[in-house]
Design a protein around this ligand. Structure first.
Ligand code: PBG
Length: 317
């Protein structure tokens, strides 16, 4: 086996998995305000950006050959129903318009969820008995997706994990004349400990309880395949597994079972671990990041959503 490992040229020639900036998506956190860049302590190198700075950032991202951003909004106010999520003048809607105006060639995908907009921090509407009301939530999510699509989003990505949300979004987008807006479904989103730093970034930690009545049990992969097949049936265009590195087997199974375009989300905790180890001088950041992203591609992800996207794109050039 060592004959083909003998030189860089030979290794390049027989490499099975390709990683280029074209496979990457850079998440962005957008906040209201005129001229702010707020560092996120748990995610060194990641900031909450006011809209003008998000547009600047989009500039850099596009220059690096990264085709898409995934937008998360940090609203000024929250309420029980998360009504800021579907406000046509909300933070994400304003950011989509500004970024698309400056960079029509950059794809803008929006995260569709209520958790950053609800006062209680849950991804859906809370009933008086404390449970999350699935079907009432679907209506609000659909309104949110429509509002994002109207603002010019190139694709919407529901991350709430309510049952039937892909079908609800598809039906209502179609009814509103937005038949061409693709849905990137967070199909297998696990109730993971690796979202901690994100919740600081998006200010979306649940005020009580946890997300285990809607996000998946990390122990299950048959169920992940069922989730993916249901989303496909309901009209998803791209499926997603999240987190990425602890779930490479799930990525592989879903790719094999569906043959559909598949994204994997290398989440905030995965990012924070690499950053912490690199800062402590324990690993070589560049080598570790490129290895991890290649592994996610090798498992079967077409698209990798990662906070390392800009750095990786620079290193890959
Ligand atoms: C919102 C959402 C979360 C993430 C993406 N969309 C957090 C959560 O479910 O609590 C996590 C992303 C990350 O950790 O990088 N539902």
């Amino acid at each position: 086996m060592r004959r083909l490992r003998g030189s860089g040229l030979l290794r390049d020639m027989v490499r099975e998995t390709e990683l280029t900036p074209a496979h990457l998506v850079q998440p962005l956190f957008v906040e209201l305000g005129t001229d702010s860049r707020t560092p996120i302590e748990a995610m060194p190198g990641v900031e909450r950006l006011s809209i003008s700075h998000a547009v600047e950032e989009a500039d850099t991202i596009q220059e690096l050959g990264i085709p898409a951003v995934l937008l998360f909004g940090v609203p000024a106010e929250k309420d029980e129903q998360g009504s800021g999520a579907h406000d046509d003048e909300g933070v994400v809607q304003l950011a989509v318009r500004a970024i698309k105006e400056a960079h029509p060639e950059l794809l803008v995908i929006t995260d569709v969820c209520l958790c950053a907009y609800t006062s209680h921090g849950h991804c859906g509407v809370v009933r008086p008995d404390g449970a999350i009301d699935n079907d009432v939530t679907l209506e609000l999510l659909a309104q949110t997706a429509i509002s994002h699509a109207r603002a010019g989003a190139d694709a919407v990505a529901p991350s709430d994990m309510m049952d039937g949300r892909v079908g609800a979004l598809r039906g209502q987008l179609d009814a509103e004349g937005m038949k061409e807006t693709p849905i990137v479904a967070y199909s297998a989103k696990f109730a993971s400990a690796f979202y901690g730093p994100f919740r600081e970034a998006a200010d979306s930690t649940p005020a009580f309880g946890d997300r285990r009545t809607y996000q998946m049990d990390p122990a299950n992969s048959d169920e992940a395949v069922r989730e993916a097949l249901l989303d496909a049936e309901e009209g998803a265009d791209i499926l997603m597994v999240k987190p990425a590195l602890p779930y490479l087997d799930v990525i592989q199974r879903i790719k094999e079972a569906t043959g559909m375009p598949l994204a994997a989300y290398n989440v905030s905790g995965e990012y924070a671990m690499v950053k912490a180890a690199a800062a402590a001088g324990q690993i070589d950041e560049r080598a570790a990041v490129l290895e991890a992203l290649t592994a996610i591609r090798r498992a079967g992800a077409d698209i990798v959503i990662t906070y390392h996207a800009k750095d990786a794109a620079r290193w890959l050039r």
